[in-house]
Design a protein around this ligand. Structure first.
Ligand code: 4AD
Length: 467
């Protein structure tokens, strides 16, 4: 029963530090009496005291149960994840003790709001921190999310998303929200998710690029943060079936302007993210070795990358040929699609972010214009990061109508459903370009995660659509 003579508590979140609201007491000076709501993240029962780490999504607080409280049935049967309301006094920590924000709550009253099943201390949230069978962890994703690691990544994700919006606002890019249900492809038919759309066929969007291009004339430079969908067949650590795509499109630019813009946005996003000490703290915990990239970013043409791979004896592995075919492994040639493994080895050896530019026409999307200096190559760029590989793909766009028609023809696309895209070249065309950045790949790099699956709430990939 609550002692009615105690001062009325004030409700605070667990990260509240405002001195105009709360003061910490000591053994002989009372601190503010507060009321907190949260769940048991950890607890440690000793002979006459229980230490609880309470969490509420905003922060964590050490709570001390002593005296009569620990004799209650609820305290004796406490389980991890149980939700509680606790009232008590905030106090300074005893010397040499450690707890979040250097304080603890001395409880004088508590109520169980929802007891968690379990009974033993081996709740799923603890198992997951220690590592476990990946399939089980994915099935239990809703509980894994309660652990420190995934919840920290999600907080960084929110901060990074906010930083992108801010960086685009500062460069006067306007946010738009293109449709997710479409009838055109952008990045090749092989990875399209098709679905019945009334009596027609619809696709889930692979990229909002084509729609962004249609905004330039009236809205100026634009960006969007929307999911993209790819029916990727292979299970890799950097491919999802649904990922958050940050795309921007810029009008009246040169290819060099595009590279400078990408570099500015990425560096500004890193600065803004680290400017918030709480977010910076999460990144430090997740990835203690993180260093912001130095500028200017290294630029390398695709043709030079081919030479570099050959000089460093990194071979092309032609997976279309049988294992024992003499041509299966051979030096790279101009025109080869640099495979994920080779690209990652190169990036890891060079160990700096790289703008890899001017890819051959045959291996890039239909909308990319040719390099005026080398007609074999396109004005295209992939931005590669050590540890992760490609996190950005971008290019200039063909701005001439006839050239675009020829490009559709070259790759066998029927131009009819693209009339609205092609029309941009008929109504006041312009040199323009843009790019897409995979948010999960950016986060995998920033938070030092092995796979993009650890950077999204509920990962979607080959044959996984639950929970
Ligand atoms: O290189 P991509 O395919 O480029 C485009 O979609 C362009 N139309 C974008 C544009 O110019 N507006 O994809 C861009 C980025 C990649 O660099 C990668 O970071 C991410 O999207 N990405 C994926 N991320 C996770 N899972 C996948 N399956 C991804 N596919 C691409």
């Amino acid at each position: 029963k609550e002692d009615a003579s105690l001062p009325a508590p004030i409700r605070i979140r667990l990260d509240e530090t405002d001195p105009s609201k709360i003061t910490l007491g000591t053994a002989d000076k009372p601190g503010t009496r507060v009321r907190v709501l949260g769940r048991v993240h950890r607890f440690r029962a000793q002979k006459d005291v229980i230490f609880i780490t309470l969490k509420d999504g905003y922060g964590q607080m050490q709570v001390v149960f002593g005296g009569e409280l620990i004799k209650t049935y609820a305290a004796l049967t406490l389980t991890l994840e149980t939700s509680l309301e606790i009232r008590g006094q905030l106090r300074e920590l005893p010397p040499n003790a450690k707890a979040p924000l250097n304080r603890e709550l001395h409880a004088d009253f508590f109520t169980v709001i929802g007891a968690a099943v379990g009974g033993d201390k081996e709740a799923i949230t603890n198992k997951v921190q220690a590592g476990g069978d990946p399939q089980t962890l994915l099935d239990q994703r809703h509980l894994v999310l309660r652990g420190d690691v995934l919840s920290s990544v999600m907080k960084v994700r929110a901060a990074v998303t906010r930083a992108f919006r801010q960086a685009y606002f500062e460069t006067r890019c306007l946010e738009v929200t293109p449709p997710s249900m479409v009838q055109t492809q952008v990045e090749g038919g092989a990875t399209l998710f098709a679905f019945p759309y009334y009596d027609q066929q619809g696709y889930l969007t692979q990229s909002s690029q084509l729609y962004l291009e249609t905004c330039l004339a009236s809205l100026g430079d634009v960006f969007c943060i929307s999911p993209s969908f790819r029916a990727e067949r292979s299970l890799t650590r950097r491919h999802l079936a649904e990922y958050m795509h940050i795309e921007a499109e810029l009008d009246f630019i040169t290819f060099d302007d595009l590279l400078v813009h990408i570099e500015n946005v990425i560096c500004r996003v890193i600065d803004l993210t680290f400017a918030d000490p709480v977010t910076a703290g999460y990144i430090k915990e997740l990835n203690p070795d993180f260093k912001p990239p130095s500028r200017p970013f290294k630029r390398m043409r695709y043709s030079d990358a081919i030479d570099w791979l050959n000089e460093n004896k990194i071979e092309f592995d032609d997976e279309d040929l049988p294992e024992d075919h003499p041509e299966r492994k051979r030096p790279h040639r101009f025109g080869d699609d640099i495979a994920e493994a080779a690209e990652r080895r190169m990036t890891d050896i060079l160990n700096v972010p790289i703008f890899l530019t001017h890819f051959p026409v045959e291996i890039k999307a239909f909308y990319m214009p040719k390099d005026p200096q080398d007609p074999r190559a396109t004005e295209s760029v992939d931005f590669l990061m050590p540890g992760v590989g490609e996190i950005v793909g971008g290019s200039m766009r063909i701005s001439d109508y006839d050239e675009l028609m020829a490009a559709y023809k070259r790759v066998g696309i029927d131009p009819t459903p693209y009339y609205w895209y092609s029309d941009q070249r008929r109504y006041g065309t312009s040199p323009h370009g843009g790019y897409g950045l995979g948010l999960e790949r950016f986060l995998a790099w920033m938070c030092g995660r092995f796979t993009v699956r650890d950077c999204v709430l509920y990962p979607r990939f080959t044959n996984r659509c639950t929970p």
